[in-house]
Design a protein around this ligand. Structure first.
Ligand code: C2E
Ligand code: MG
Ligand code: MG
Length: 564
């Protein structure tokens, strides 16, 4: 009997020792406490009796002591608290521990013993801090990132409206930046971007905010015009600094000039995105007139710009001349590689038969508003096509359609979409709208209400390009979202870069815990696929499993699937 018992004890100890956490076993009747598992690795003291539990509270940071006491001295009546947990920081602020108490009950439901499980969650905590940081800031410069900046600019505009104030948006572009990159190398280019970012950061205050817009472009927003916080003063301070050279790592000096374009609320526009667009157009115009200076918005500049580009006419011709086409990229469940859905992707074939990438023309169409009729065309055609596939092949996958913020904010959008679904007798549950975070920026409440309404009709909502901008966690919880698409930029380096891997895994875990579905975009290699599958990503989209296909090719695929 004794041998049996000690063999059992050895086995349990071994299991505990090999598991990843530490354990405190507390018996209700006896004074004894037993510390097991990784305890010695976590703490440099032992606990063998109940009164020694105090030692544990001594190493925990003040604010966490009471919650931890609650968990450790859990009530005996299990109906009140069966299982309780808490996350605690240590007093030296170096470690985070997760404590969870489980009660062990006898057959009458009376608690006889307790087990406190303890896990070191320091690594996980750091990851989520990191993720929070990337939600707001740009990694290179420490300035705000673009999406968060746009959101703050929206706040400025609402405040300005109430206080009858102005808001100026200044877009800054480094002159001849490509020459720096070409002659001194990309690393020197990056250093310049960082140093200039630091200079701009110095100028910020609660009335002045700035972001690193992209590459060598920065955007500054100034609330009101008071004291030293005016466009002229900020620009003047920047010019002053630019008089002295910048030093880069390889010992070279660089003299910089920047070109600035300014657009102001209320004259130029009352929307954050439009103000930025105007400032950009003015900046480009200023460049064309000579570099290193500043230009202020006037209505004709913008009009000139928009009409001078013949693109608008070309886009119009494309729409009326049937030069647009839709391709469809399949998405597969990571687990069984079964077809989950297809994403409709727009293609433009110009007169010479060349394909023009949507990445080129969609931003332009968004700028001049032409995305609205193009978007309507996409909705009508994609849904109409889907209805045909359902008739012929019994297709019942999810059809994902990209919707631009400009389309979405139109009052007629919801009715139009529901009308098209009705006309083609397509079930809204088969449709998924892909939106980007930019739609959330303008007016969070109206947008989420609209999304909620669409979702109540059965339409799925997917957040595209997740991780590239303002990916705040608290924000996401409030939104009616079904799916999050992890941007290709993460997938590209997920195998080679360990910070990206940590972030990607955190994102996937977060998506899971929020109850959304995760889609990885741009999966090109088998190893990426395997990795993503292993870390729990739900759906895979990318060249590895399927490129965007023209209609006849989709039909071949559907035929194969029906035969199988
Ligand atoms: P998106 O919605 O993020 O679409 C995914 C893009 O990634 C597509 O590019 C797709 O072809 C590409 N892609 C997918 N898998 C891979 C891969 O493994 N490797 C590589 N290198 N690329 C991959 P595409 O078709 O050029 O579209 C670019 C963007 O244009 C889309 O990004 C979307 O934002 C926009 N777009 C496309 N069609 C529409 C549309 O109908 N309406 C609106 N508003 N935007 C659209
Ligand atoms: Mg998309
Ligand atoms: Mg995307």
């Amino acid at each position: 009997m004794n041998q049996k018992i000690s063999a059992r004890e050895r086995m349990y100890r071994l299991v505990c020792e090999k598991s990843s956490g530490a354990y405190l076993f507390i018996s209700r009747d006896r004074e004894e406490v037993c510390a097991l598992g990784q305890w010695k690795k976590y703490f440099d003291f032992d606990i063998t009796a109940k009164r020694e539990l105090e030692k544990l509270f001594e190493v925990i940071d003040e604010p966490y002591v009471i919650p931890l006491r609650d968990v450790v001295f859990l009530e005996k009546d299990p109906s009140k608290t069966e299982r309780k947990s808490v996350e605690c920081l240590t007093r030296d602020k170096k470690k985070w521990f997760f404590f969870r108490t489980d009660l062990i009950l006898d057959q009458d439901g009376v608690c006889t013993d307790k087990i406190i499980r303890i896990f070191d969650i320091t690594k996980y905590k750091r990851q989520s801090d990191e993720l929070d940081y990337y939600s707001y800031y740009d990694i290179y410069t420490g300035l705000y990132n673009r999406n968060y900046f746009i959101r703050l600019l929206g706040d400025f505009l609402r405040r300005a409206e109430k206080e009858k104030e102005t808001v100026s948006v200044m877009m800054l572009d480094v002159d001849d930046f490509h020459k720096i990159n070409d002659s001194l190398g990309m690393i020197a280019g990056d250093e310049i971007v960082q140093q200039l970012g630091a200079v701009i950061k110095e100028l910020c205050s609660d009335r002045i905010i700035a972001c690193h817009f992209n590459s060598d472009v920065y955007c500054i927003a100034i609330f009101g015009q008071s004291g030293s916080e005016t466009v002229e003063k900020v620009h003047g301070a920047l010019e002053e600094r630019l008089k002295s050279p910048f030093y880069v790592g390889n010992g070279q000096t660089v003299n910089l000039t920047v070109t600035a374009g300014v657009a102001r609320y209320p004259e130029a526009s009352d929307s954050a995105l439009d103000l930025i667009n105007c400032a950009e157009v003015v900046m480009l115009k200023c460049k064309s007139m000579g570099k290193g200076s500043i230009l202020y918005y006037e209505a004709p500049i913008l009009n000139d710009f928009l009409t001078s580009v013949e693109l608008e006419t070309k886009l119009k011709e494309a729409l009326s001349g049937n030069r647009f086409e839709l391709y469809y990229q399949p998405q597969f469940y990571a687990g069984n590689k079964k077809l989950r859905g297809m994403e409709a992707l727009l293609r433009w074939r110009d007169e010479d038969g060349r394909m023009i990438s949507p990445a080129v023309f969609i931003p332009i169409a968004e700028k001049n508003g032409f995305i609205v009729p193009i978007g309507s065309w996409v909705l009508e055609n994609a849904i109409g096509q889907y209805a045909k596939w359902r008739e012929t092949y019994g297709a019942d996958f999810i059809l994902s359609i990209n919707v631009s913020a400009k389309q979405y904010i139109r009052p007629e959008f919801v009715d139009q979409l529901l009308g098209i679904l009705e006309k083609h007798q397509v079930n809204p549950c088969q449709i998924e709208l892909e939106v980007t975070e930019s739609i959330l920026i303008e007016d969070f409440d109206t947008v989420s209400e609209k999304l909620r309404f669409l979702q109540s009709k059965g339409i799925r909502i997917s957040l595209d390009d997740f991780g590239t901008g303002f990916s705040s966690l608290s924000y996401l919880k409030k939104l009616p979202i079904n799916t999050l698409k992890i941007d290709k930029s993460f997938i590209d380096t997920v195998l080679s870069d360990s910070p990206t891997r940590i972030i990607t895994e955190s994102i996937i875990n977060m998506i899971k815990s929020l109850g959304f579905e995760s889609v990885a975009e741009g999966v090109e290699q088998e190893q990426q696929y395997r990795y993503l599958h292993a870390v729990g990503c739900d759906v895979i989209q990318g060249f590895f499993l399927g490129k965007p296909l023209c209609v006849p090719d989709v039909e071949k695929l559907l035929q194969e699937l029906t035969v199988r």
